[in-house]
Ligand binder design. Structure first.
Ligand code: HEM
Length: 471
């Protein structure tokens, strides 16, 4: 348990000063512009920190107990519907109305209707489609080339998630659909859209409105096509078309548009970044890299893994776990309180905005000694509290796609690593930044070698050295 100071007024909580002239808004702008620096700064004040001293409307929580208090009580701490920007009857609003941004009974019902598509057995049935997508990517790689691994991972996860969600069989159509929605996400995540939310010619918000209309039209066309074909596919959209709630009701077309888009958005950049960071960390840790290749070669003998074989790859499991601890793609997420509440001996009002942070919680030294080191072996013993390891969050709103994401990541790594060794050109700058998810700014160039087992540790520069202890 965390020590508290009973009776202390929440306004007395330690935190950074407000920005001259701009006040709390200035702090918010600085947080959005450089989230990682701000998270570090805020966490230096303690486990419960206001965005600005004296202002308790925006509250950051870092300790597992506070995470549990918030994440296990979705009625009191609701997902931020505010993020559903855009005029009432607009494509933008509909596209952002999905599982992450709805609350209450509708959330519960929709989650229940969607769950069958994400159960372990169902997810395992996507294995062959995933293996085929990954195989096609790898067969295009030539030893000696330098490729942007972030873009490669983005393309393959785009293909996979689009196929699994929409059941498109033609790669070109899948990619076209995926690119359209990826553009939507890119524009949506741009800080300019949130700081200047006006639908005026020339403004980024107008461009977001336009791409939203194209995105909605494309999803609606797909829904119409699926219906005409009887929607008998194995994909998530076909299953949602048949899904019924307890009263026998089905989702409206507008709800289907939002739910599929949100699944796509939530499921694509996250996995891309997790894979990108894992490949980076392996390159920087030759002993782990070598041991993992040995494990994969020993078990798989050059073939893509079966579901049963994935269970017999303990080091792969620890590597993925540790990578998602150190470099979680989702660095912060938000909730709003619906009523006054107490936390850490302080009282807070309704409408307090709370930010929890997998990034900071995963770096608490009392939970993870030497937190900045990439140490997969820590998972031989580590048993953090349930709300102390939260790359997929936890509680009733835990990531619905975690099983899918883990399968995808493990398949990709176990097909890639025995075949190729990826290494950063020495001296590469690696600059982690947050745009919805944590990614390397400007991508991550890596040279492709056949798996020659010349594991080295190329020197890297840039801010990554502050985030990860690289010897
Ligand atoms: C490495 C990959 C992934 C990571 C790190 C990740 C992480 C997360 C996190 C932290 C949340 C909670 C967000 C919050 O509290 O507001 C979340 C929720 C969610 N994720 Fe994922 N996710 C990943 C992959 C996926 C995939 C593949 C899908 C689906 C195709 C998906 C769909 C969702 C959905 C729908 C929610 C909202 C759940 C709800 O509110 O009931 N995610 N994810």
């Amino acid at each position: 348990m965390i020590a508290t100071t009973p009776g202390l007024h929440a306004v007395e909580l330690a935190g950074p000063r407000t920005t001259p002239l701009l006040g709390v808004t200035g702090n918010y702008i600085r947080f959005v512009a450089d989230q990682l620096t701000w998270l570090e700064k805020l966490s230096s004040y303690g486990p419960l920190v206001p965005l600005a001293r004296g202002n308790t409307q925006h509250l950051f929580i870092f300790h597992p107990d506070y995470n549990m208090q918030v994440l296990s009580n979705p009625a009191l701490f609701r997902a931020l519907e505010l993020w559903r920007t855009g005029p009432e009857d607009s494509s933008l609003r509909r596209l952002w109305t999905g599982l992450v941004s709805i609350n209450g009974e509708v959330h519960r019902q929709h989650r229940r209707m969607m769950m069958p598509s994400f159960h372990k057995k169902k997810v395992e049935s996507y294995r062959d489609a995933m293996v085929a997508c990954i195989g096609r990517m790898l067969s295009g790689w030539k030893p000696g080339e330098v490729r942007d691994i972030f873009l490669e991972m983005r393309q393959v996860t785009l293909l996979i998630v689009t196929q699994v969600l929409f059941g498109l069989e033609d790669d070109r159509e899948t990619l076209r659909m995926g690119m359209l929605m990826a553009e939507w996400l890119e524009r949506y995540a741009s800080p300019a859209v949130h700081l200047l939310p006006w639908d005026k010619p020339g403004l980024p918000f107008r461009r977001l409105m336009n791409v939203s209309e194209r995105g909605e039209a494309a999803i609606r066309a797909l829904i119409a096509r699926k219906r005409a074909q009887g929607a008998d596919g194995d994909d998530v959209l076909s299953m949602l078309l048949h899904a019924r709630d307890e009263e026998g009701g089905s989702m409206s077309d507008a709800e289907l548009v939002g739910q599929t888009n949100i699944l796509f958005v939530a499921g694509h950049e996250t996995t891309t970044n997790s894979l990108t960071w894992t490949l980076f960390l392996l390159d920087q840790h030759p002993e782990v890299h070598a041991a993992l290749v040995e494990e994969l070669e020993g078990e798989l003998k050059g073939a893509p893994p079966t579901i049963e074989q994935l269970e017999r790859l303990p080091l792969l499991d620890r590597v993925v776990k540790e990578s998602m601890r150190l470099m979680p793609p989702v660095t912060t997420a938000f909730r709003t309180s619906t009523a006054p509440f107490e936390m850490g001996g302080h009282r807070f009002e309704a409408e307090t905005q709370l930010y929890y942070s997998p990034y900071i919680t995963h770096r608490l030294p009392e939970l993870y000694p030497e937190p900045k080191r990439f140490l997969p072996e820590r998972w031989l013993k580590a048993e953090p509290p349930v709300y102390g390891y939260i790359p997929f969050s936890n509680g009733p709103r835990r990531c619905i796609g975690s099983t899918l994401a883990l399968l995808e990541m493990k398949l990709l790594l176990s097909m890639l690593l025995p075949r190729f060794r990826l290494s950063l050109p020495p001296g590469t700058r690696v600059e982690p930044m947050v745009r919805a998810t944590m990614r390397p700014k400007g991508g991550l160039p890596m040279r492709i070698h056949t798996q020659d087992k010349h594991f080295e540790r190329p020197e890297v520069r840039g801010r990554i050295r502050d985030l990860v202890a690289l010897s």
